[in-house]
Design a protein. Structure first.
Length: 318
């Protein structure tokens, strides 16, 4: 929680001063009573007070003043709100290693199904593009709000040889740059952008990952990565079982260096949770919203309670 107008909190000094004054008056009253030597006469002259209960009304009123002062300072709390605009480019690995069946029915099918579900769940104002990469990277769908076009592009993906991870990032950066040039306002401002890189293998061809990471950092575009599959994944090739482990170290490095988030999806259940987490990050943004009414309500409750206590126990309002 933060305060939009914290200067008002200085009024709390006045509330503390009022509490101090009340305590001084109570101590003075006690000293006066101690000096009155004729106790029997004091009981007849002084009205009978309800003991500790007489302090409760003041305590409630002081608490009410604290609440009202807090409300004037305009307290604000963090809330998630849907993004009106953003650009997301998904780089989907279509190398032959995606045939591995450690994720049912296989990595490739699970990837396409989960990516399609992810597109459906994003707020409508977010533009989504798709890059497919194996031995090379190509933009199969430029960023668009047309969800059907994106899903058709995902469904039409086909497997191929090799893995050009660095090229995938470069292709996404180019797709985002071209799209943003067409939607920039008069001041050159564009919506936030993010790349989602999904891969299961080690880079084998194309430009290196380090140069791609530097380009993403220069463009200030985070790259969130999903290590798709388990370390024990294998594919069959001419009767031979070939290991296709995930390059976890590189995927973690890409996310860390660019300010993205790393995920590890080793099962269908985990994949669903991964896309859910990414959807929350991309589809929503965190902002502060004022909640002064809440504290005004607390203050009113305390003020009314103070009045009720005063009337019930001392037969007066103050």
């Amino acid at each position: 929680m933060k305060f939009m107008e914290p200067t008002w909190l200085l009024v709390l000094i006045g509330v503390l001063a009022l509490i101090a004054l009340y305590l001084v008056l109570q101590l003075r009253r006690k000293r006066y009573a101690a000096k009155f030597t004729n106790v029997s006469l004091l009981e007849k002259v002084a009205p009978r007070r309800p003991g500790w209960r007489r302090h409760l009304a003041f305590a409630l009123m002081a608490a009410a003043l604290v609440m009202f002062t807090t409300a004037m300072a305009k307290p604000a709390t963090e809330v998630q709100v849907p993004r009106n605009e953003a650009t997301v480019c998904m780089a989907l690995d279509v190398s032959l290693s995606m045939e591995a069946t450690d994720i049912k029915p296989d990595r490739f099918t699970a990837m396409k199904d989960s990516a399609t579900d992810f597109v459906d769940k994003l707020p409508q104002g977010i533009n989504v593009g798709v890059v497919a990469f194996a031995g090379a990277a190509s933009i199969v769908q430029a960023p668009t709000i047309d969800r059907n076009a994106v899903k058709v592009a995902i469904e039409g993906l086909e497997l191929d040889q090799a893995t050009a991870t660095g090229e995938a990032i470069f292709a996404c950066l180019q797709a985002i740059k071209t799209f943003q040039e067409g939607i920039a306002d008069d001041e050159g401002k564009v919506p936030a952008a993010r790349i989602i890189l999904l891969s299961d293998g080690y880079r084998t061809v194309g430009r290196d990952v380090d140069s791609a990471v530097e380009s993403a950092k220069d463009a200030k575009i985070p790259v969130s990565t999903i290590a798709f599959g388990s370390s024990g994944g294998t594919i069959e090739n001419e009767g031979e079982s070939i290991p296709v482990p995930v390059d976890v170290e590189t995927m973690q490095l890409i996310a860390k260096e660019t300010g993205g988030t790393y995920f590890n999806a080793e099962s269908a259940t985990e994949i669903e949770k991964v896309w859910e987490d990414i959807g929350e990050q991309i589809g929503y943004t965190t902002e502060f919203r004022e909640v002064p009414t809440r504290f005004v309500g607390y203050g009113l409750i305390l003020a009314f309670a103070s009045a009720v206590v005063s009337l019930l126990w001392s037969n007066r309002l103050l």
